[in-house]
Ligand binder design. Structure first.
Ligand code: M6R
Length: 611
Protein backbone atom coordinates (compact mmCIF):
# COMPACT_ATOMS: atom_id res chain seq x y z
CA UNK A 1 0.00 0.00 0.00
CA UNK A 2 1.38 3.45 0.90
CA UNK A 3 0.65 6.70 -0.88
CA UNK A 4 3.25 8.52 -2.96
CA UNK A 5 3.27 12.10 -4.26
CA UNK A 6 5.75 14.08 -6.32
CA UNK A 7 6.02 17.52 -7.87
CA UNK A 8 8.50 19.34 -10.09
CA UNK A 9 7.80 22.81 -11.50
CA UNK A 10 7.71 26.50 -10.67
CA UNK A 11 5.37 26.33 -7.62
CA UNK A 12 6.35 25.70 -4.02
CA UNK A 13 6.49 21.91 -3.79
CA UNK A 14 5.87 21.38 -0.06
CA UNK A 15 2.20 22.52 0.12
CA UNK A 16 1.36 20.45 -2.98
CA UNK A 17 3.06 17.36 -1.60
CA UNK A 18 1.51 17.69 1.88
CA UNK A 19 -2.00 18.27 0.55
CA UNK A 20 -1.55 15.31 -1.81
CA UNK A 21 -0.42 13.09 1.06
CA UNK A 22 -3.52 14.02 3.07
CA UNK A 23 -5.66 12.85 0.17
CA UNK A 24 -3.71 9.63 -0.06
CA UNK A 25 -3.78 8.85 3.66
CA UNK A 26 -6.49 6.30 2.96
CA UNK A 27 -3.66 4.13 1.57
CA UNK A 28 -1.73 4.05 4.84
CA UNK A 29 -1.00 6.34 7.77
CA UNK A 30 1.68 4.74 9.95
CA UNK A 31 4.31 7.36 9.14
CA UNK A 32 4.90 10.25 6.77
CA UNK A 33 7.85 11.95 5.10
CA UNK A 34 8.91 14.39 2.41
CA UNK A 35 12.14 15.15 0.55
CA UNK A 36 12.73 18.67 -0.74
CA UNK A 37 15.65 20.40 -2.45
CA UNK A 38 16.91 23.77 -1.34
CA UNK A 39 20.52 23.81 -2.51
CA UNK A 40 20.74 20.34 -1.03
CA UNK A 41 18.46 17.40 -0.34
CA UNK A 42 16.43 17.78 2.85
CA UNK A 43 14.40 14.92 4.27
CA UNK A 44 11.75 15.32 6.98
CA UNK A 45 9.93 12.26 8.27
CA UNK A 46 8.04 11.07 11.28
CA UNK A 47 5.97 8.24 12.72
CA UNK A 48 2.25 9.08 12.60
CA UNK A 49 -0.18 10.83 10.31
CA UNK A 50 0.56 13.64 7.86
CA UNK A 51 -0.69 16.33 10.28
CA UNK A 52 1.89 15.19 12.86
CA UNK A 53 4.73 15.66 10.40
CA UNK A 54 3.36 19.06 9.44
CA UNK A 55 3.26 20.17 13.08
CA UNK A 56 6.77 18.93 13.71
CA UNK A 57 8.33 21.08 10.96
CA UNK A 58 6.46 24.34 11.47
CA UNK A 59 8.97 27.18 11.21
CA UNK A 60 11.45 25.22 9.07
CA UNK A 61 12.48 26.71 5.73
CA UNK A 62 10.71 24.35 3.35
CA UNK A 63 11.29 26.31 0.16
CA UNK A 64 11.71 23.99 -2.84
CA UNK A 65 10.43 23.61 -6.39
CA UNK A 66 10.72 19.85 -6.33
CA UNK A 67 9.50 17.36 -3.78
CA UNK A 68 8.46 13.79 -3.09
CA UNK A 69 6.29 12.58 -0.21
CA UNK A 70 5.13 9.30 1.27
CA UNK A 71 2.44 8.07 3.63
CA UNK A 72 3.22 4.56 4.80
CA UNK A 73 1.46 1.31 5.58
CA UNK A 74 4.22 -0.74 7.15
CA UNK A 75 5.38 -3.99 5.59
CA UNK A 76 9.10 -4.34 6.40
CA UNK A 77 9.88 -2.79 9.76
CA UNK A 78 7.57 -1.37 12.43
CA UNK A 79 6.07 2.10 12.03
CA UNK A 80 8.79 4.43 13.37
CA UNK A 81 10.71 7.57 12.45
CA UNK A 82 13.63 5.61 11.09
CA UNK A 83 11.51 3.29 8.95
CA UNK A 84 9.52 6.21 7.53
CA UNK A 85 10.17 7.20 3.91
CA UNK A 86 11.92 8.93 2.15
CA UNK A 87 15.09 6.96 2.73
CA UNK A 88 18.47 8.40 1.90
CA UNK A 89 21.28 6.46 0.27
CA UNK A 90 24.52 5.78 2.13
CA UNK A 91 26.18 8.83 0.55
CA UNK A 92 23.14 11.01 1.24
CA UNK A 93 23.01 11.95 -2.47
CA UNK A 94 19.76 10.12 -3.26
CA UNK A 95 16.34 10.10 -1.63
CA UNK A 96 13.67 7.54 -2.47
CA UNK A 97 10.08 6.65 -1.61
CA UNK A 98 8.54 3.27 -2.39
CA UNK A 99 5.14 1.62 -2.45
CA UNK A 100 5.25 -2.17 -2.66
CA UNK A 101 7.50 -5.00 -1.54
CA UNK A 102 10.94 -5.98 -2.79
CA UNK A 103 10.75 -9.74 -2.35
CA UNK A 104 14.44 -10.52 -2.85
CA UNK A 105 15.62 -7.69 -0.61
CA UNK A 106 17.40 -10.09 1.75
CA UNK A 107 19.63 -11.37 -1.00
CA UNK A 108 20.40 -7.82 -2.22
CA UNK A 109 21.02 -6.70 1.36
CA UNK A 110 23.54 -9.47 1.91
CA UNK A 111 25.41 -8.49 -1.26
CA UNK A 112 25.56 -4.89 -0.03
CA UNK A 113 26.63 -5.89 3.49
CA UNK A 114 29.48 -7.89 1.91
CA UNK A 115 30.52 -4.66 0.20
CA UNK A 116 30.58 -2.81 3.51
CA UNK A 117 27.13 -1.19 3.55
CA UNK A 118 25.23 -0.77 6.79
CA UNK A 119 21.57 0.19 7.12
CA UNK A 120 19.71 2.77 9.17
CA UNK A 121 16.25 1.19 8.79
CA UNK A 122 14.64 -2.25 8.59
CA UNK A 123 13.09 -1.54 5.21
CA UNK A 124 13.41 -3.22 1.84
CA UNK A 125 13.32 0.31 0.37
CA UNK A 126 16.65 1.34 1.83
CA UNK A 127 18.18 -1.84 0.41
CA UNK A 128 16.93 -1.10 -3.10
CA UNK A 129 18.08 2.51 -2.84
CA UNK A 130 21.62 1.56 -1.87
CA UNK A 131 21.63 -1.13 -4.53
CA UNK A 132 20.84 1.61 -7.07
CA UNK A 133 23.54 3.86 -5.65
CA UNK A 134 26.08 1.04 -5.78
CA UNK A 135 25.31 0.40 -9.46
CA UNK A 136 25.52 4.13 -10.23
CA UNK A 137 28.92 4.32 -8.55
CA UNK A 138 30.34 1.13 -10.07
CA UNK A 139 29.08 1.70 -13.61
CA UNK A 140 29.72 5.45 -13.50
CA UNK A 141 26.32 5.86 -15.13
CA UNK A 142 23.34 8.18 -14.80
CA UNK A 143 20.72 7.63 -12.10
CA UNK A 144 18.23 6.66 -14.79
CA UNK A 145 20.57 3.93 -16.07
CA UNK A 146 21.31 2.70 -12.54
CA UNK A 147 17.59 2.41 -11.77
CA UNK A 148 17.01 0.45 -14.97
CA UNK A 149 19.85 -1.99 -14.21
CA UNK A 150 18.74 -2.39 -10.58
CA UNK A 151 15.11 -3.07 -11.45
CA UNK A 152 16.11 -5.95 -13.69
CA UNK A 153 17.40 -7.70 -10.55
CA UNK A 154 14.36 -6.94 -8.42
CA UNK A 155 11.46 -9.30 -7.79
CA UNK A 156 8.28 -7.99 -6.19
CA UNK A 157 6.11 -4.96 -6.64
CA UNK A 158 7.05 -1.34 -6.58
CA UNK A 159 6.44 2.22 -7.43
CA UNK A 160 9.54 4.24 -6.66
CA UNK A 161 10.25 7.96 -6.89
CA UNK A 162 13.84 9.17 -6.61
CA UNK A 163 15.49 12.55 -6.21
CA UNK A 164 19.18 13.23 -6.72
CA UNK A 165 20.97 16.03 -4.87
CA UNK A 166 22.98 16.84 -8.01
CA UNK A 167 19.85 17.31 -10.15
CA UNK A 168 17.33 19.66 -8.49
CA UNK A 169 14.73 19.41 -11.26
CA UNK A 170 14.33 15.70 -12.01
CA UNK A 171 12.29 12.94 -10.42
CA UNK A 172 12.94 9.41 -11.65
CA UNK A 173 9.93 7.11 -11.26
CA UNK A 174 9.28 3.48 -12.08
CA UNK A 175 6.46 1.04 -11.55
CA UNK A 176 5.65 -2.63 -11.44
CA UNK A 177 2.47 -3.85 -9.81
CA UNK A 178 1.66 -0.67 -7.85
CA UNK A 179 -0.16 2.34 -9.30
CA UNK A 180 1.48 5.50 -10.63
CA UNK A 181 -0.26 8.46 -12.25
CA UNK A 182 1.60 11.44 -13.71
CA UNK A 183 -0.26 14.74 -14.07
CA UNK A 184 0.83 16.88 -16.98
CA UNK A 185 0.66 20.63 -16.31
CA UNK A 186 2.06 23.65 -18.13
CA UNK A 187 5.77 23.62 -17.32
CA UNK A 188 5.16 21.31 -14.34
CA UNK A 189 4.45 17.67 -13.53
CA UNK A 190 2.71 15.94 -10.63
CA UNK A 191 3.03 12.33 -9.54
CA UNK A 192 0.69 10.29 -7.35
CA UNK A 193 -0.59 6.87 -6.40
CA UNK A 194 -3.87 8.12 -7.82
CA UNK A 195 -4.98 11.35 -9.43
CA UNK A 196 -6.30 13.00 -6.24
CA UNK A 197 -3.11 15.01 -5.42
CA UNK A 198 -3.20 16.75 -8.81
CA UNK A 199 -6.92 17.36 -9.38
CA UNK A 200 -6.91 21.12 -8.84
CA UNK A 201 -3.88 21.65 -11.08
CA UNK A 202 -4.49 19.49 -14.13
CA UNK A 203 -6.97 17.04 -15.64
CA UNK A 204 -4.41 15.59 -18.09
CA UNK A 205 -2.84 12.42 -16.79
CA UNK A 206 -0.67 9.53 -17.89
CA UNK A 207 -1.14 6.12 -16.23
CA UNK A 208 2.31 4.56 -16.13
CA UNK A 209 2.38 0.83 -16.97
CA UNK A 210 4.35 -1.98 -15.40
CA UNK A 211 8.05 -2.11 -16.31
CA UNK A 212 8.04 1.54 -17.36
CA UNK A 213 10.39 4.19 -16.13
CA UNK A 214 9.65 7.93 -16.19
CA UNK A 215 12.11 10.79 -16.22
CA UNK A 216 10.07 13.74 -15.01
CA UNK A 217 11.20 17.36 -15.29
CA UNK A 218 9.14 20.59 -15.18
CA UNK A 219 8.75 20.77 -18.95
CA UNK A 220 9.60 17.24 -19.97
CA UNK A 221 8.15 13.77 -19.41
CA UNK A 222 10.14 10.91 -20.90
CA UNK A 223 8.74 7.38 -20.63
CA UNK A 224 10.91 4.38 -21.34
CA UNK A 225 10.74 0.63 -20.91
CA UNK A 226 13.40 -1.26 -19.00
CA UNK A 227 15.12 -1.93 -22.35
CA UNK A 228 15.75 1.86 -22.62
CA UNK A 229 13.33 2.30 -25.54
CA UNK A 230 11.20 5.45 -25.52
CA UNK A 231 7.42 5.08 -25.22
CA UNK A 232 4.97 7.79 -26.25
CA UNK A 233 3.00 8.80 -23.14
CA UNK A 234 -0.75 8.30 -23.60
CA UNK A 235 -2.36 11.39 -22.08
CA UNK A 236 -5.93 10.89 -20.81
CA UNK A 237 -8.46 13.39 -19.55
CA UNK A 238 -9.78 12.89 -16.00
CA UNK A 239 -13.46 13.39 -15.37
CA UNK A 240 -13.38 13.60 -11.55
CA UNK A 241 -14.26 16.88 -9.87
CA UNK A 242 -12.48 18.12 -6.74
CA UNK A 243 -15.75 18.04 -4.74
CA UNK A 244 -15.86 14.27 -5.17
CA UNK A 245 -12.78 13.84 -2.99
CA UNK A 246 -13.77 16.30 -0.26
CA UNK A 247 -16.02 15.70 2.76
CA UNK A 248 -18.72 18.14 1.65
CA UNK A 249 -19.83 19.06 5.18
CA UNK A 250 -19.93 15.49 6.57
CA UNK A 251 -17.89 14.65 9.64
CA UNK A 252 -16.34 11.64 7.92
CA UNK A 253 -15.89 10.30 4.41
CA UNK A 254 -17.56 7.07 5.49
CA UNK A 255 -20.77 8.88 6.44
CA UNK A 256 -20.68 10.97 3.27
CA UNK A 257 -20.22 7.84 1.19
CA UNK A 258 -23.08 6.02 2.95
CA UNK A 259 -25.37 8.98 2.23
CA UNK A 260 -24.22 9.21 -1.38
CA UNK A 261 -25.66 5.79 -2.17
CA UNK A 262 -29.00 6.88 -3.65
CA UNK A 263 -26.97 8.88 -6.17
CA UNK A 264 -24.18 6.35 -6.74
CA UNK A 265 -26.59 3.47 -7.39
CA UNK A 266 -28.49 5.78 -9.72
CA UNK A 267 -25.25 6.75 -11.53
CA UNK A 268 -24.40 3.11 -11.90
CA UNK A 269 -27.77 2.30 -13.53
CA UNK A 270 -27.93 5.49 -15.59
CA UNK A 271 -27.48 5.03 -19.31
CA UNK A 272 -27.57 1.25 -18.92
CA UNK A 273 -30.93 0.26 -17.53
CA UNK A 274 -34.11 1.21 -19.39
CA UNK A 275 -36.98 -0.59 -17.70
CA UNK A 276 -39.63 0.87 -20.02
CA UNK A 277 -37.80 -0.43 -23.09
CA UNK A 278 -36.87 -3.66 -21.31
CA UNK A 279 -33.16 -3.22 -22.09
CA UNK A 280 -29.79 -3.24 -20.36
CA UNK A 281 -26.97 -1.69 -22.34
CA UNK A 282 -23.49 -2.84 -21.34
CA UNK A 283 -21.26 -2.90 -24.38
CA UNK A 284 -18.30 -4.66 -22.74
CA UNK A 285 -20.54 -7.47 -21.50
CA UNK A 286 -22.45 -7.65 -24.80
CA UNK A 287 -19.16 -8.27 -26.58
CA UNK A 288 -18.52 -11.40 -24.47
CA UNK A 289 -22.16 -12.44 -24.02
CA UNK A 290 -21.81 -15.64 -26.04
CA UNK A 291 -18.74 -16.76 -24.12
CA UNK A 292 -20.48 -16.03 -20.80
CA UNK A 293 -23.60 -17.96 -21.79
CA UNK A 294 -21.50 -20.93 -22.86
CA UNK A 295 -19.08 -20.73 -19.94
CA UNK A 296 -18.37 -23.96 -18.05
CA UNK A 297 -18.45 -21.84 -14.95
CA UNK A 298 -18.08 -18.29 -13.75
CA UNK A 299 -15.54 -17.64 -11.02
CA UNK A 300 -15.90 -14.45 -8.99
CA UNK A 301 -12.50 -13.40 -7.65
CA UNK A 302 -12.19 -10.66 -5.05
CA UNK A 303 -11.20 -9.70 -1.49
CA UNK A 304 -13.03 -8.25 1.52
CA UNK A 305 -16.23 -6.39 0.80
CA UNK A 306 -15.87 -7.04 -2.93
CA UNK A 307 -15.79 -10.77 -2.14
CA UNK A 308 -19.09 -10.36 -0.30
CA UNK A 309 -20.54 -8.71 -3.42
CA UNK A 310 -19.32 -11.78 -5.33
CA UNK A 311 -21.19 -14.06 -2.91
CA UNK A 312 -24.46 -12.19 -3.49
CA UNK A 313 -23.79 -12.37 -7.23
CA UNK A 314 -23.28 -16.14 -7.01
CA UNK A 315 -26.88 -16.53 -5.83
CA UNK A 316 -28.16 -14.10 -8.46
CA UNK A 317 -26.29 -15.65 -11.42
CA UNK A 318 -27.26 -19.18 -10.46
CA UNK A 319 -30.88 -18.15 -10.12
CA UNK A 320 -31.17 -15.99 -13.22
CA UNK A 321 -28.62 -17.50 -15.60
CA UNK A 322 -28.41 -21.14 -14.48
CA UNK A 323 -24.62 -21.07 -14.78
CA UNK A 324 -22.37 -22.71 -12.23
CA UNK A 325 -20.69 -19.99 -10.14
CA UNK A 326 -17.82 -20.17 -7.68
CA UNK A 327 -16.62 -17.35 -5.48
CA UNK A 328 -12.95 -17.26 -4.57
CA UNK A 329 -10.77 -15.26 -2.25
CA UNK A 330 -8.19 -13.89 -4.67
CA UNK A 331 -5.39 -14.58 -2.18
CA UNK A 332 -6.26 -18.31 -2.13
CA UNK A 333 -7.09 -18.62 -5.80
CA UNK A 334 -3.77 -17.18 -6.97
CA UNK A 335 -1.63 -19.66 -5.03
CA UNK A 336 -3.78 -22.76 -5.18
CA UNK A 337 -3.01 -23.95 -8.70
CA UNK A 338 -6.72 -23.94 -9.60
CA UNK A 339 -7.98 -25.83 -12.64
CA UNK A 340 -8.75 -23.19 -15.24
CA UNK A 341 -10.17 -24.23 -18.57
CA UNK A 342 -10.51 -22.24 -21.74
CA UNK A 343 -14.24 -21.73 -21.39
CA UNK A 344 -14.02 -20.27 -17.86
CA UNK A 345 -15.11 -16.73 -17.24
CA UNK A 346 -13.54 -14.89 -14.33
CA UNK A 347 -15.27 -11.85 -12.88
CA UNK A 348 -12.80 -9.73 -10.90
CA UNK A 349 -14.57 -7.44 -8.45
CA UNK A 350 -12.62 -4.57 -6.96
CA UNK A 351 -13.28 -1.03 -5.82
CA UNK A 352 -9.72 0.19 -6.20
CA UNK A 353 -8.76 -1.98 -9.15
CA UNK A 354 -5.34 -2.26 -7.51
CA UNK A 355 -5.72 -5.08 -4.97
CA UNK A 356 -2.55 -7.10 -5.51
CA UNK A 357 -4.05 -10.54 -4.87
CA UNK A 358 -6.96 -9.94 -7.25
CA UNK A 359 -4.65 -8.55 -9.90
CA UNK A 360 -2.26 -11.50 -9.84
CA UNK A 361 -5.13 -14.01 -9.64
CA UNK A 362 -6.65 -12.70 -12.87
CA UNK A 363 -3.27 -12.42 -14.54
CA UNK A 364 -2.69 -16.14 -13.88
CA UNK A 365 -6.18 -17.03 -15.09
CA UNK A 366 -5.74 -14.92 -18.22
CA UNK A 367 -2.49 -16.69 -19.01
CA UNK A 368 -4.42 -19.96 -18.79
CA UNK A 369 -6.99 -18.87 -21.35
CA UNK A 370 -9.84 -17.61 -19.15
CA UNK A 371 -11.90 -14.58 -20.12
CA UNK A 372 -11.55 -11.83 -17.56
CA UNK A 373 -14.37 -9.40 -16.88
CA UNK A 374 -13.73 -6.55 -14.46
CA UNK A 375 -16.30 -4.98 -12.15
CA UNK A 376 -14.16 -2.11 -10.98
CA UNK A 377 -14.71 1.38 -9.58
CA UNK A 378 -11.48 3.20 -10.37
CA UNK A 379 -11.28 4.03 -14.04
CA UNK A 380 -7.98 3.11 -15.67
CA UNK A 381 -6.84 1.02 -12.69
CA UNK A 382 -4.65 -2.05 -13.11
CA UNK A 383 -7.48 -4.60 -12.81
CA UNK A 384 -9.60 -2.66 -15.29
CA UNK A 385 -6.72 -2.67 -17.72
CA UNK A 386 -5.93 -6.33 -17.18
CA UNK A 387 -9.54 -7.34 -17.98
CA UNK A 388 -10.77 -8.26 -21.47
CA UNK A 389 -13.95 -6.27 -20.84
CA UNK A 390 -16.18 -5.30 -17.96
CA UNK A 391 -18.32 -2.62 -16.45
CA UNK A 392 -17.29 0.25 -14.22
CA UNK A 393 -19.34 0.76 -11.07
CA UNK A 394 -19.28 4.59 -11.36
CA UNK A 395 -19.53 5.09 -7.58
CA UNK A 396 -17.02 7.96 -7.62
CA UNK A 397 -13.94 8.10 -5.40
CA UNK A 398 -14.38 6.05 -2.21
CA UNK A 399 -12.03 7.43 0.43
CA UNK A 400 -13.28 5.98 3.74
CA UNK A 401 -11.27 2.83 4.38
CA UNK A 402 -14.46 0.89 5.06
CA UNK A 403 -16.09 0.18 1.73
CA UNK A 404 -19.75 1.23 1.53
CA UNK A 405 -20.97 2.83 -1.68
CA UNK A 406 -18.65 0.62 -3.74
CA UNK A 407 -20.50 -2.46 -2.41
CA UNK A 408 -23.99 -1.31 -3.44
CA UNK A 409 -22.67 -0.20 -6.83
CA UNK A 410 -20.98 -3.58 -7.34
CA UNK A 411 -24.29 -5.29 -6.56
CA UNK A 412 -26.09 -3.04 -9.04
CA UNK A 413 -23.60 -3.83 -11.82
CA UNK A 414 -23.51 -7.57 -11.10
CA UNK A 415 -27.32 -7.70 -11.04
CA UNK A 416 -27.48 -5.97 -14.42
CA UNK A 417 -24.95 -8.41 -15.90
CA UNK A 418 -26.94 -11.38 -14.57
CA UNK A 419 -30.20 -9.95 -15.89
CA UNK A 420 -28.69 -9.29 -19.29
CA UNK A 421 -27.13 -12.73 -19.62
CA UNK A 422 -30.19 -14.53 -18.22
CA UNK A 423 -32.42 -12.69 -20.65
CA UNK A 424 -30.27 -13.52 -23.70
CA UNK A 425 -29.93 -17.11 -22.52
CA UNK A 426 -33.68 -17.38 -21.93
CA UNK A 427 -33.38 -18.52 -18.32
CA UNK A 428 -35.49 -15.68 -16.88
CA UNK A 429 -39.23 -15.68 -17.61
CA UNK A 430 -40.10 -12.48 -19.51
CA UNK A 431 -42.47 -11.15 -16.84
CA UNK A 432 -39.94 -11.67 -14.05
CA UNK A 433 -37.26 -10.00 -16.17
CA UNK A 434 -39.41 -6.91 -16.75
CA UNK A 435 -40.49 -6.77 -13.12
CA UNK A 436 -36.88 -6.97 -11.92
CA UNK A 437 -35.83 -4.22 -14.32
CA UNK A 438 -38.56 -1.98 -12.99
CA UNK A 439 -37.70 -2.76 -9.37
CA UNK A 440 -34.01 -2.23 -10.02
CA UNK A 441 -34.81 1.21 -11.35
CA UNK A 442 -36.56 1.95 -8.03
CA UNK A 443 -33.58 0.93 -5.88
CA UNK A 444 -32.02 4.45 -5.61
CA UNK A 445 -35.33 5.75 -4.21
CA UNK A 446 -35.54 2.85 -1.78
CA UNK A 447 -31.97 3.47 -0.64
CA UNK A 448 -32.95 7.09 0.03
CA UNK A 449 -36.02 5.88 1.97
CA UNK A 450 -33.82 3.59 4.08
CA UNK A 451 -31.47 6.43 4.95
CA UNK A 452 -34.40 8.67 5.90
CA UNK A 453 -35.77 6.02 8.27
CA UNK A 454 -32.45 5.37 10.01
CA UNK A 455 -32.81 7.91 12.85
CA UNK A 456 -32.85 5.26 15.56
CA UNK A 457 -29.48 3.74 14.61
CA UNK A 458 -27.42 6.31 16.52
CA UNK A 459 -29.33 5.40 19.71
CA UNK A 460 -28.80 1.69 19.00
CA UNK A 461 -25.09 2.35 18.71
CA UNK A 462 -25.06 3.98 22.16
CA UNK A 463 -26.97 1.03 23.59
CA UNK A 464 -24.69 -1.68 22.18
CA UNK A 465 -21.31 0.08 21.99
CA UNK A 466 -19.86 -1.78 24.98
CA UNK A 467 -20.65 -5.28 23.65
CA UNK A 468 -17.57 -7.47 23.38
CA UNK A 469 -18.84 -9.61 20.48
CA UNK A 470 -21.58 -9.49 17.87
CA UNK A 471 -23.09 -12.25 15.78
CA UNK A 472 -24.61 -11.41 12.37
CA UNK A 473 -26.99 -13.92 10.82
CA UNK A 474 -28.77 -14.14 7.48
CA UNK A 475 -29.90 -16.70 4.93
CA UNK A 476 -29.89 -16.77 1.13
CA UNK A 477 -29.21 -13.39 -0.43
CA UNK A 478 -28.87 -11.91 3.05
CA UNK A 479 -26.15 -14.29 4.23
CA UNK A 480 -23.37 -12.30 2.49
CA UNK A 481 -24.95 -9.14 3.91
CA UNK A 482 -24.49 -10.63 7.40
CA UNK A 483 -20.81 -11.18 6.56
CA UNK A 484 -20.52 -7.63 5.31
CA UNK A 485 -22.22 -6.20 8.41
CA UNK A 486 -19.77 -8.09 10.64
CA UNK A 487 -16.78 -6.93 8.59
CA UNK A 488 -17.91 -3.29 8.80
CA UNK A 489 -18.27 -3.49 12.58
CA UNK A 490 -14.90 -5.18 13.07
CA UNK A 491 -12.90 -2.75 11.00
CA UNK A 492 -14.55 0.44 12.25
CA UNK A 493 -15.17 -0.26 15.95
CA UNK A 494 -12.65 -3.06 16.73
CA UNK A 495 -15.47 -5.14 18.24
CA UNK A 496 -15.21 -8.81 17.43
CA UNK A 497 -18.05 -9.80 15.08
CA UNK A 498 -18.86 -12.91 13.10
CA UNK A 499 -21.20 -13.41 10.19
CA UNK A 500 -22.88 -16.78 9.76
CA UNK A 501 -25.63 -18.40 7.72
CA UNK A 502 -28.53 -18.28 10.19
CA UNK A 503 -29.20 -22.01 9.92
CA UNK A 504 -25.55 -22.93 10.47
CA UNK A 505 -25.59 -21.16 13.81
CA UNK A 506 -26.91 -24.22 15.61
CA UNK A 507 -23.85 -26.20 14.50
CA UNK A 508 -21.59 -24.30 16.87
CA UNK A 509 -21.92 -20.52 17.30
CA UNK A 510 -25.14 -20.90 19.29
CA UNK A 511 -22.89 -21.89 22.19
CA UNK A 512 -21.83 -18.23 22.36
CA UNK A 513 -25.35 -16.97 22.90
CA UNK A 514 -26.22 -15.49 26.28
CA UNK A 515 -27.86 -12.31 27.53
CA UNK A 516 -24.75 -10.30 26.67
CA UNK A 517 -24.53 -11.22 22.99
CA UNK A 518 -26.19 -8.92 20.45
CA UNK A 519 -27.31 -11.02 17.47
CA UNK A 520 -28.07 -9.02 14.34
CA UNK A 521 -30.49 -10.76 11.99
CA UNK A 522 -30.69 -9.65 8.37
CA UNK A 523 -34.29 -10.71 8.06
CA UNK A 524 -36.01 -8.95 5.19
CA UNK A 525 -39.16 -10.61 3.83
CA UNK A 526 -38.01 -13.21 1.28
CA UNK A 527 -38.40 -16.90 0.50
CA UNK A 528 -36.29 -17.81 3.57
CA UNK A 529 -38.16 -15.54 5.92
CA UNK A 530 -40.12 -18.12 7.93
CA UNK A 531 -36.94 -20.08 8.53
CA UNK A 532 -35.12 -16.97 9.69
CA UNK A 533 -37.97 -16.21 12.08
CA UNK A 534 -37.48 -19.68 13.58
CA UNK A 535 -33.78 -18.94 14.01
CA UNK A 536 -34.71 -15.73 15.82
CA UNK A 537 -36.89 -17.75 18.21
CA UNK A 538 -33.93 -20.03 18.90
CA UNK A 539 -31.73 -17.06 19.84
CA UNK A 540 -34.45 -15.45 21.91
CA UNK A 541 -35.06 -18.69 23.81
CA UNK A 542 -31.40 -18.53 24.87
CA UNK A 543 -31.69 -14.90 26.01
CA UNK A 544 -29.62 -13.46 23.15
CA UNK A 545 -30.39 -9.83 22.27
CA UNK A 546 -32.03 -9.88 18.84
CA UNK A 547 -31.54 -6.80 16.66
CA UNK A 548 -33.07 -7.13 13.19
CA UNK A 549 -33.02 -5.53 9.80
CA UNK A 550 -36.62 -6.09 8.72
CA UNK A 551 -38.93 -5.15 5.89
CA UNK A 552 -41.34 -2.30 6.57
CA UNK A 553 -44.48 -3.60 8.34
CA UNK A 554 -43.04 -6.99 9.38
CA UNK A 555 -44.73 -7.27 12.80
CA UNK A 556 -43.69 -10.90 13.37
CA UNK A 557 -39.96 -10.17 13.24
CA UNK A 558 -40.43 -6.91 15.14
CA UNK A 559 -42.16 -8.77 18.00
CA UNK A 560 -39.20 -11.12 18.34
CA UNK A 561 -36.60 -8.36 18.24
CA UNK A 562 -35.35 -6.09 20.95
CA UNK A 563 -34.53 -3.46 18.32
CA UNK A 564 -35.22 -3.15 14.60
CA UNK A 565 -33.86 -1.27 11.61
CA UNK A 566 -36.33 -0.97 8.76
CA UNK A 567 -35.91 -1.16 4.98
CA UNK A 568 -38.57 -1.03 2.26
CA UNK A 569 -40.01 -4.14 0.63
CA UNK A 570 -38.02 -5.38 -2.41
CA UNK A 571 -37.51 -8.48 -4.52
CA UNK A 572 -35.09 -10.76 -2.64
CA UNK A 573 -32.48 -10.44 -5.41
CA UNK A 574 -32.33 -6.69 -4.86
CA UNK A 575 -32.73 -6.71 -1.06
CA UNK A 576 -28.98 -6.75 -0.20
CA UNK A 577 -28.59 -3.26 -1.70
CA UNK A 578 -31.02 -2.10 1.00
CA UNK A 579 -30.41 -4.39 3.96
CA UNK A 580 -26.70 -3.55 4.06
CA UNK A 581 -27.35 0.16 4.61
CA UNK A 582 -28.53 0.05 8.27
CA UNK A 583 -25.54 -2.21 9.00
CA UNK A 584 -23.13 0.33 7.50
CA UNK A 585 -24.69 3.01 9.71
CA UNK A 586 -24.67 0.81 12.80
CA UNK A 587 -20.94 0.14 12.37
CA UNK A 588 -20.28 3.83 11.72
CA UNK A 589 -22.13 5.05 14.81
CA UNK A 590 -20.70 2.35 17.09
CA UNK A 591 -17.18 3.22 15.87
CA UNK A 592 -17.89 6.88 16.51
CA UNK A 593 -19.36 6.22 19.98
CA UNK A 594 -16.21 4.26 20.89
CA UNK A 595 -13.99 7.14 19.77
CA UNK A 596 -12.46 5.27 16.84
CA UNK A 597 -10.99 6.98 13.78
CA UNK A 598 -13.64 5.61 11.42
CA UNK A 599 -12.07 6.87 8.21
CA UNK A 600 -8.65 5.52 9.12
CA UNK A 601 -9.06 2.43 11.29
CA UNK A 602 -5.90 1.11 12.89
CA UNK A 603 -3.67 -1.26 10.89
CA UNK A 604 -5.74 -0.89 7.72
CA UNK A 605 -5.30 0.80 4.37
CA UNK A 606 -7.77 1.44 1.61
CA UNK A 607 -6.13 -0.51 -1.16
CA UNK A 608 -4.07 -3.54 -0.37
CA UNK A 609 -1.43 -3.42 -3.06
CA UNK A 610 0.81 -5.91 -1.30
CA UNK A 611 0.06 -9.61 -1.00
O1 M6R B 1 -10.32 -2.33 -3.70
P1 M6R B 1 -10.89 -3.71 -3.46
O2 M6R B 1 -12.36 -3.75 -3.61
O3 M6R B 1 -10.20 -4.75 -4.30
O4 M6R B 1 -10.55 -4.00 -1.96
C1 M6R B 1 -10.86 -5.23 -1.37
C2 M6R B 1 -10.74 -5.17 0.14
O5 M6R B 1 -9.44 -4.81 0.51
C3 M6R B 1 -11.73 -4.16 0.76
O6 M6R B 1 -13.04 -4.45 0.41
C4 M6R B 1 -11.60 -4.17 2.29
O7 M6R B 1 -12.02 -5.38 2.80
C5 M6R B 1 -12.40 -3.01 2.90
N1 M6R B 1 -11.64 -2.38 3.94
C6 M6R B 1 -13.71 -3.44 3.47
O8 M6R B 1 -14.41 -2.38 4.02
Amino acid sequence: MCGIVGYTGPREAYPIVIKGLKRLEYRGYDSTGVALHNGKLNVYKKKGKVAELEDSIVGTNLHSHIGIGHTRWATHGEPSDRNAHPHQSASGQLAMIHNGIIENYNQLKQELINKGYSFRSDTDTEVLLNFIEEIKKNNECSLEEAVRVALKRVTGAYVILLMDESDPETIIAARKGSPLVIGVGKGEHFLGSDASPMLEYTKEVVYVNDYELAIVRPDELILKNLGNEKITPYVQKLDIELAAIEKGGYEHFMLKEIYEQPQTVYDCLRGRLDAAAGTITMSGIQQYAEQIINANRIVMVACGTSWHAGLVAEYIFEELCRINVEVEYASEFRYRNPVINKGDVIIAISQSGETADTLVAIENAKNNGAIILGVVNVVGSSIARMSHAGAYTHAGPEIGVASTKAFTAQLAVLTMIALKIGYIKGTIPQDRYLRLLKELEEVPEKVAWTLKHADNIKALAEKYKEARDFLYLGRGYNFPVALEGALKLKEISYIHAEGYPAAEMKHGPIALVDENLPVVFVATRDSYHEKVVSNMQEIKARKGKVISVISEGDETSAALSEDVMVVPEADEILAPMLSVIPLQLLAYYIGLARGCDVDKPRNLAKSVTVE
